[in-house]
Ligand binder design. Structure first.
Ligand code: FES
Length: 106
């Protein structure tokens, strides 16, 4: 499927919230900020399809609010002990003029 760079939000907004959920063609995604960098993932948890729009970000870890799977935002991989060993699907992110763009199927 073709990937298109989609404007998600301003860098300052995502940095403040740490996580921004968005939809493209009905599919959910999240962008997470860590240490000034931005990371885009599928917005549905691979464990039991919990929406990551309700996840929390602490440092470089994304905590699914459903059953507390913890994902490393640098790799998308769950930490040992999480209820899944399936990594989050990642998408490329770019920043242009203070706007974060995610390259997702569109
Ligand atoms: S749905 Fe995310 S941990 Fe279960």
């Amino acid at each position: 499927m073709e990937l298109t760079a989609v404007a998600v939000a301003k860098t300052s907004e995502i940095a403040k919230l740490k996580l921004k959920a968005f939809r493209v063609k009905g599919k959910q995604y999240v962008v997470v900020e860590y240490n000034g960098s931005f990371f885009c993932f599928d917005g549905i948890c691979p464990h039991a399809e919990g929406p990551l729009a309700f996840a929390q970000v602490h440092g470089k870890y994304l905590y699914c609010s459903y059953h507390q799977a913890i994902f490393d935002v640098l790799t998308g991989k769950p930490l040992p002990g999480s209820p899944t060993d399936i990594p989050l699907k990642r998408y490329d992110v770019s920043v242009e003029e203070d706007v974060v763009y995610a390259k997702v199927p569109a």
